[in-house]
Ligand binder design. Structure first.
Ligand code: AMP
Length: 119
């Protein structure tokens, strides 16, 4: 569990810097997207800001970056060819939200029929 990681020891900051390998599907100057190492669906991509933000709870006042992250998530879903079949965007915050990596990321999930249950 690394939900309280600082920027220095944050695994997703290391991925954004290119310090550790990732299977990248998108990158721009603000946002990166890479395949989840433990995919829960045929398409499972994580979209994260380059800037270290712990979770969506800390990004509520930065609507521009929030919008960029969500726009990239939709772009990724479309690039994965999920528009017609459908997909899910999800982000977890904190202990009860089952967040395990303490750097904001939006899960893009698709490629199979997902459960209607969210918890
Ligand atoms: P969450 O539980 O919402 O914090 O999701 C964290 C996600 O990060 C999990 O689905 C993990 O499989 C994924 N993950 C952890 N380490 C890596 C990594 N090095 N590369 C890609 N995905 C990772």
């Amino acid at each position: 569990m690394s939900a309280d990681a600082t920027e220095q020891d944050c695994i997703f900051c290391a991925i954004a810097r290119g310090d550790i390998p990732s299977d990248d599907v998108y990158a721009d100057d603000q946002v990166v997207a890479f395949r989840d190492i433990n995919p829960q669906a045929p398409s499972h991509v994580l979209v994260a800001p380059r800037r270290h933000v712990v979770s969506i709870d800390g990004l509520k006042d930065d609507q521009a970056l929030l919008g960029q992250v969500m726009a990239v998530a939709v772009k990724v879903a479309q690039a994965e060819d999920l528009s017609e079949s459908g997909y899910r965007l999800a982000t977890n915050h904190g202990r009860d939200g089952a967040q395990s990596v303490g750097h904001l990321h939006v899960h893009v999930l698709g490629g199979r029929a997902l459960s209607g249950r969210l918890g």
